[in-house]
Design a protein around this ligand. Structure first.
Ligand code: 13P
Length: 252
């Protein structure tokens, strides 16, 4: 089953207008120059830059997404941004349940699922993030933790068209310690099998599962070649066009 590779950049709380928009414009130019690219490309800037990033990427093959969204469409939620607001700007994706949100904002699986449902209702593709901590891995709980997060965060209405899963082992995020190919493939294969049980073979075969955590130009090709790795959710290496582009060139 051919799943199209997704190369997604999560800028986190980085960049201002000057360097952020230059990065989008640079990537738009590179994707255009590539012609029929082997991958989909996505950038998820901080909320302050989403509007201008959407303008800079309009009409190009570079998609723009939010790093989070609220579970409600609108209302008294000071400081929050709804999925409908992201869609209104031209976004096509929203990351939900990133481990930094789960940790910094105590987001639960139930809340992550509600956010993914909101993203779907607003017409966005939800990238649902899951992953175990180092303590959980060392306690032999990797499979159990990821299975629980997947099944707890996945909306009933999730399809291969509206949902992407991102496996991001917390110990690999921003540490320079990347999962080995065996570690990544083991979890991705388990997630695929769980998707078969939850959603059926067709959906499981078509749904993309990204790897995230210290992916960089040196290790990308090996990870992207794994049978159940369908792209990357990239933090640090998405902040420089040369690095992000080099990761994308690792596509098989
Ligand atoms: P790094 O690529 O910086 O490890 O971050 C990964 C990540 O958290 C992407 O969402």
């Amino acid at each position: 089953m051919a799943r199209r590779i997704l190369i997604a950049g999560n800028w986190k709380m980085n960049k201002v207008q000057s360097d952020g928009l230059a990065l989008v414009e640079d990537l738009v130019g590179r994707v255009k120059g590539e012609g029929a690219a082997k991958f989909d490309m996505l950038v998820c800037p901080p909320f302050t830059l989403v509007s201008k990033a959407c303008e800079a990427a309009a009409g190009s093959a570079v998609a723009v997404g939010g790093q989070d969204c609220h579970m409600n469409e609108k209302g008294a939620h000071t400081g929050d941004t709804s999925a409908w607001m992201l869609a209104d700007l031209g976004c096509s994706y929203a990351i939900v349940g990133h481990s930094e949100r789960r940790t910094d904002h105590a987001e639960t699986n139930e809340q992550v699922r509600a956010k993914a449902e909101a993203a779907h209702a607003a017409g966005l593709i939800a990238i649902i993030c899951i992953g175990e901590t180092l303590a959980e891995r060392e306690a032999g709980r990797t499979i159990e933790v990821n299975r629980t997060q997947l099944l707890g965060s996945l909306p009933d209405g999730a399809t291969a068209d509206n949902t992407v899963i991102a496996y991001e082992p917390v110990w690999a995020i921003g540490t320079g310690v990347v999962a080995t190919p065996d570690q990544a493939q083991e979890v991705h294969a388990m997630l695929r099998a769980e998707l078969v049980s939850a959603k059926g073979q067709g959906t499981a075969d078509a749904m993309r599962i990204l790897y995230g955590g210290s992916m960089n130009p040196k290790n990308a090709a090996e990870l992207l070649a794994l049978p159940d790795v369908d792209g990357g959710l990239i933090g640090g290496a998405s902040l420089k066009a040369d690095d992000f582009w080099a990761v994308a060139q690792g596509c098989p």
